[in-house]
Design a protein around this ligand. Structure first.
Ligand code: PBG
Length: 326
């Protein structure tokens, strides 16, 4: 006999009871699908280290976006893979650059049916693969990069992004982007700030997806994963600079940070379940070592339970469909 009369197992007796008392629920609208579009591609290409994820052509991007929207997915985050790269990442601000072309096409085809978001960063567009421009000693130049981000934000808003997602971790990026958007009349274009972004090994597969040319690492701008207090400082700064949503990235190794951020943020909190998180589950599942579908729901529910209101996940469309039919 258990001491006293408390029997917590009582609420776990049937599936219906468990469903009734579940504190955390996933909903398709909480999910954002990150997508890749490659300039000049004639066929979509599968990515070896990201099973199920593709580098899209413009046409296949629109089709996949439509499927996501039909499944109720809350938003799309678009990444461009250009054919040419240069020192300043000029393809990022060129209205005819792949990312801006894709945004225009998606906004034209999908209108306001889903929330269209764009990655605001230079790494896909620079020859050296860093998230900003370099100074004459080869270091990432924070303030020169901010000028490029301001131009990029305006180009993306003009192309039709509802929300821009600065992911470069430059100091002051949210303030500069907000000002640039406001000055050009894009008062309703929102900012999803990658407020907390750790220098993580979990971005490895993504770098295949965008054909990254990066030499070295990003540790002079992305955060050291040993630190927690710094994450809260980054969030406070981004809130003060005008972030409409704040994000923590990656997700699973940083659930403690996510919890802390959710406690201090008065704007919605997002988490990014990154490429390496997908790869770990898919690789284990491909070996028959793990129940893939169960693991996916468990990770997403854990991320939400920790404090994320929305989650970026490459599994968004699949999970949204599963939720719709359950
Ligand atoms: C930078 C960016 C990265 C990711 C999203 N935006 C890569 C990086 O910082 O190296 C990674 C996303 C993922 O791994 O799924 N533009």
């Amino acid at each position: 006999m258990p001491a006293g009369s408390a029997r917590p197992r009582r609420l776990r007796t049937t599936a219906a009871l468990r469903r009734l008392v579940a504190e955390t629920r996933l909903h398709p609208a909480d999910l954002i699908l990150p997508m890749f579009v490659k300039e000049g591609a004639e066929e979509p290409a599968a990515l070896q280290s990201m099973p199920g994820v593709r580098q899209h052509t413009l046409d296949s991007l629109v089709k996949a976006a439509r499927k996501a929207a039909d499944a109720g997915v809350g938003g799309l985050m678009i990444f461009g893979v250009p054919q040419q790269r240069d020192e300043t990442g000029s393809g990022a601000t060129d209205p005819d650059g792949i990312l801006n072309v894709a945004l225009r096409r998606l906004r034209d085809k999908l209108g306001d049916d889903t929330v269209l978001m764009s990655d605001l960063c230079l790494d896909e567009f620079t020859l050296h693969g860093h998230c900003g421009v370099l100074d004459d000693q080869g270091r990432v130049d924070n303030d020169a990069t901010l000028e490029r981000y301001a131009e990029m934000a305006v180009a993306q808003a003009e192309a039709g992004a509802h929300v821009v997602g600065p992911s470069g971790m430059m100091d002051g990026q949210v303030a500069v982007i907000r000002r640039a958007l406001d000055e050009t009349g894009h008062l309703d274009t929102g900012i999803l700030a990658y407020a907390v972004k750790y220098a993580s090994a979990a971005y490895g597969p993504f770098r295949e997806a965008v054909e990254s040319t990066l030499q070295g690492d990003r540790r002079t701008y992305q955060q050291d994963y040993a630190n927690r207090t710094e994450a809260l400082r980054e969030v406070r700064l981004d809130l003060a600079e005008g972030a409409d949503l704040v994000m923590v990235k990656p997700a699973l190794p940083y659930l403690d940070i996510l919890r802390d951020v959710a406690q201090i943020s008065d704007v919605p909190v997002a988490a990014y379940q990154v490429s390496g998180e997908l790869a770990m589950v898919e690789a284990a599942a491909a070996n028959g070592w793990i129940d893939r579908d169960a693991m996916i729901l468990e990770t997403l529910t854990g991320i939400k339970r920790a404090g994320a209101q929305v989650v970026l996940t490459y599994w968004a469309t699949e999970v949204a469909r599963r939720l719709q039919s359950s």
